[in-house]
Design a protein around this ligand. Sequence first.
Ligand code: BEZ
Ligand code: FE
Length: 288
Amino acid sequence: MSNNTEDQITQNVLNSMVQTPDPRLKKVMDSLITHLHDFIREVELTQEEWTLAIKFLTRTGQMCDDKRQEFILLSDITGVTMLVDAINHRLLDGATESTIFGPFYREGAQELPLGATISQDGRGEPAVVTGRVLSTDGTAIPGALLDIWETDENGLYEQQDPEQPDMNLRGKFRTDSEGRFYFVGIKPVSYAIPDDGPVGQLLRSLGRHPFRPAHIHLLISAEGFVPVTTHLFVKGDPYLDSDAVFGTKDSLVVDFIRHDSEVEAARYHVAVPFYTAEYDFVLKPLGR
Ligand code: BEZ
Ligand code: FE
């Protein structure tokens, strides 16, 4: 019989798990219980706070369906998603830094010819994005695939907005024989993450805003290389230092340069004003 006092209960729970056959599960659960109990002792959690926490987690679960993942949002706004990402992408060797995947990716974007636009509704200010995909040794990677998605000028992804055409502002592009790519998107805008659920309530209770700095999402892959999930952020965005999901990395911030020349616009088949942004992505060879 164990005596479950405040002093002894942690050890009793740890003892109850000594037979765990999976050593990794044992390590994770031992640590989780130890830290969780220490946290509860440190803040001297009240009965009311514990009830509130259970209700919060219940509402978080109830908010989840095939279109909304409130638990991932909770992980995002607490920095957990990005910490797990950082721990799992330590050995970069000069490769492009990764960042948050987010909940708005959709499989099945069309592969488009280089130079095509991903905008189907013509809204927003055009942005011509150019660059190369390189290996960490500096050689070009022909045939690398860039899978791209971004919000419309209203800050909504197409699946959040019944006004947008299906798969608007999504597209795939392959680098040419010199590893070059270019595509037309729109200049990204900063937008609020979904904040109409318990995670939004938590943000407000903490005096935090729900905004992300303007960005384009990219998933870049090539045969024989480690794929990277990343963003391009817009230099000068007011939310770069307070991203609601802690996704910003200095190395991913680029200048979106404004152009007003009709002649230049005609070269890219876009209207004025338009923007250009240039970035070289670097992938790490597999198995190194
Ligand atoms: C996004 O950038 O699409 C995103 C990331 C995390 C939470 C919500 C949205
Ligand atoms: Fe996003």
